[in-house]
Design a protein around this ligand. Sequence first.
Ligand SMILES: *[C@@H]1O[C@H](CO)[C@@H](O)[C@H](O)[C@H]1NC(C)=O
Length: 206
Amino acid sequence: MKLVTSLVMLGLVFADDVRVHVSNREPRQREDSRLLFNFLMAKPYHNQKPSRLGSYSFKNCGDPTKEELLVNQLTVSPDPVPSSGTITVTFSAQARAAVVSPVKASLLMKKDVFGAWIPVPCVDGFGSCTYDDFCQILSKSSSCPPPFIQNKVPCKCPIPIGNYTLPGISIKLNLAIIPPGGYSVKFDLEGATAPVGCYEVDFTLQ
Ligand SMILES: *[C@@H]1O[C@H](CO)[C@@H](O)[C@H](O)[C@H]1NC(C)=O
């Protein structure tokens, strides 16, 4: 579930004890970040509709000729994504080289605010955060969900060379803490010797 939550959608990696690179910021900047974060993540005051409705998209934002983990397909339905309920995920990827620790992960999370994409700052391990080793985060998550095991898709590093497919599996979501709206999440994964992959997922949460 942790892998899915992270890879599939939100970069919702609540990494309690993973150090996040915000320490070199000035206190003033940190305060500004928190204010912006609180503004972007506030629940709407009334039942306001997101300015985008739907339009899920997935794209590679790196160099597909060099990436170790080439994700060919990542689809999520329904669109818009319900913040709680069951979604269907289809995934296929090719590991052209074994993916091993450490994998540096940089997340860029943006929220649609009346048509403009505003970056969500990294606050308390949520938002546009950077992690020294994504493999370490995966290794802390609970056991691999049954559909992953059934389809022989690894949830932890190392990911051996091979082709991996999840053929439309059902996943229960509970993202009630995240306000509805349009989101764009870019995951840039960098291995010690080669790029692991860069993927951007845009979706609307309802
Ligand atoms: C994975 O799939 C690609 C193309 O779809 C193929 O060329 C390659 O041989 C496959 N690799 C393995 C390990 O099955």
